[in-house]
Design a protein around this ligand. Structure first.
Ligand SMILES: [Zn+2]
Length: 253
């Protein structure tokens, strides 16, 4: 019936390629958060074996940077992805910053899971270290937590791990600090990563939170101070940009 109304049944129309239900709520921040946790975010390899996972399937490895604000579940995502490799009998290396001594030599998630981790330190050579390890026993994937604290040299070393050793490297970190400035490691990763992904969480207003403020013990928003102040996750509040700017103007969240 060319030109006429589509008289096929709803079931038949639903079966057409590319059909998707139009449900507005699929776009709500709550669903974003759930999809981040469940690993079903579009094209995100957060919890599955990443595409480009190196020698193991004959493809080219990639450097990934998954960024977010505070308390969005970065460590949880990292630990789940690393676990997926281990479950398939593949070895991973997990690194975190020595700056972060909340859990010594561990990547720990707020929901109670953790894994042993090595430390990356300023002046260290991650390419040499990972290369030696890989020569002794093949490494399927490298995970970096607290990637905002990488130095630009570290990021270049990790790029060589990807390009020369063909090992995928997945970095997880904060994009910006409590004043809305890029961290050094995050700036280098944003520039150099093959694939960028955002791990989403929500502001108190329901919008996506992309910024973070730091509050002092009496609850006042800090508008100056050291960029790095480890510990006390409860001192950081993730906000949308509108509420971040409001907090900076008024000094309260
Ligand atoms: Zn907001």
């Amino acid at each position: 019936m060319p030109g006429g109304p589509d008289r096929r049944s709803w079931t038949a129309r639903r079966a057409r390629p590319g059909w998707r239900p139009r449900i507005a709520t699929l776009r709500t921040p709550f669903i974003w958060a759930l999809r981040s946790i469940s690993g079903r975010a579009s094209s995100s390899p957060l919890h599955a074996k990443p595409r480009g996972w190196g020698d193991w399937n004959g493809t080219m490895a990639k450097l990934y940077f998954y960024y977010s604000t505070m308390n969005a579940g970065k460590s949880t995502a990292l630990l789940q992805a690393s676990y997926n490799y281990g479950e398939r009998g593949m070895r991973t290396l997990v690194y975190t910053s020595r700056l972060d001594d909340r859990a010594n030599g561990l990547v720990a998630s707020r929901i109670g899971i953790s894994a042993e981790a090595r430390h990356f330190v300023p002046g260290g050579d991650l390419f040499a270290e990972i290369g030696d390890d890989h020569a002794a026993s093949p490494v399927a994937c490298v995970f970096i937590d607290e990637a905002q604290f990488l130095t630009p040299d570290h990021v270049r070393q990790l790029a060589r791990v990807v390009d020369q050793l063909n090992i995928p490297v997945l970095c997880y970190g904060l994009r910006t600090d409590f004043l809305g400035r890029l961290f050094e490691g995050s700036a280098q990763l944003l520039a150099w990563a093959d694939t960028l992904g955002e791990i989403k969480t929500v502001c108190h207003c329901g919008r996506k939170a992309t910024m973070v403020v730091r509050v002092d013990p009496d609850g006042t928003v800090e508008r100056a101070g050291a960029q790095v102040e480890i510990g006390g996750n409860d001192r950081y509040v993730s906000l949308c940009r509108r509420h971040f700017m409001g907090a900076m103007d008024t000094g309260s969240v």
